[in-house]
Design a protein around this ligand. Sequence first.
Ligand code: UD1
Ligand code: MG
Length: 450
Amino acid sequence: MTRTCLSVVLAAGEGTRMKSRRTKVLHEVAGRPLVAHVLASAAEAGTDAVAIVVGRDAEAVAALGRGMVDGVQCFEQTERLGTAHAVVAARAAIAEGYDDVLVLFGDTPLLSAATLSEARRQLADGAAVCVVGFEAADPAGYGRLLMDGAELLAIREDKDATPEERRVRLCNSGVMALDGRRALSLLDRVGNANAKAEFYLTDVVEIARADGLGVRVVLADEAETLGVNTRGDLALVEHLWQERRRAEMMAAGVTLIAPQTVFFSADTAIEADVVIEPNVVFGPGVSVGSGTVIHAFSHVEGARIGADVAIGPYARLRPGTDIEPKARVGNFVEIKNTKLGTGAKVNHLTYLGDASVGPRSNIGAGTITCNYDGYNKYRTSIGADAFVGSNSSLVAPVVIGDGAYVGSGSVVTEDVPDEALAVGRARQVTKPGRGAEINARNAARKAGRT
Ligand code: UD1
Ligand code: MG
């Protein structure tokens, strides 16, 4: 029998210390908002329904939630009266009656699905409350887990703790799993007689124990439980996320020559036997096929890259780039919204925007697709086996046919039929002896004799 699960994500915090116009949970790690990481872990842990408790920027957070989870419900917490008060804001969702209720913080993006699943297993095993705890290097500020052997007696918030209790290093991550049928009865009995006059979620531990219900703790790595409060925390979480993903990539057969210098997005998908040289950045929406090499200092975003391709060094691939197998993209090439056919080559100093290039075509150094007239964008279509000479400007909309040849330095404003030659530049003029005359005159001018 599989158990149903509701995840309640608390995201109503002010996030004052971020000093930002944006609410905290919309700040990004690995190109993805903090709260989206939490929603992804919740989904992976088998969540059936999601409730987000929002404060500032409620509409933006709700829109993000709707984009990721079908039927997500959002509840506004207008007054910030504590973590239990925030969970109760989602009363209508909890009252729908789930077996498990997971309480997650929207600003804690590294918590793994494995940890959440372990907490759910404790509920399946009969516990009414399961707290995710961790051993803190520095416990200051955290709620302490007061244990009697393996049994959790209570969680004491830092501000309410005695000096002796403050010495405890086992802390509350804030994440909790609650028996869904009992959650509201436990939460409704939480009071606010404490140092912060807040309704503490952590009080459900003692309330459940007084009811004779089972309370458990599962332990997570401290790194998993890190919450983001400042820009410094955001950078630390990004660092830890990247470290974890680099290790996963290498374990999956990707070569990273200098792993610390390669940055992935949450959705970067790379097949085995890809080699990534130093200083490469992957923005959102990239996939890379097997056997491809991404040379140093390349920036790739919104691009599908096939197998056995070479990219860079110093290439920039922008959204809508689609590169077929065995193609070559060289140094100082920028590509946007363009399909590059199998085995096509664009090796140096080129901009391809809103274009398609057929198989095996060669785009010479310094080619520019002139895709924008200041108001509208137009397409350039280049067929198969075409050759575009260096330093050509292709003024879109324009079509260059299969097997066509464009002479170097051309400004191409008209379509070029299949197998035709187009030369769009002034004819060369050669004047015998005139070069020597110019040199003599310039030398005299420099010597001050004229
Ligand atoms: C909480 C825990 C503490 C734990 C710590 C871990 C309680 C009472 N304490 O303390 O035991 O060690 O997290 O970081 O639960 N929030 C709302 N509405 C509110 C209050 C909070 O949405 O009214 C959200 C915040 O945005 C945040 C989360 O709940 O994401 C935690 O709130 P915070 O005030 O940071 O709790 P702590 O005091 O850190
Ligand atoms: Mg906190």
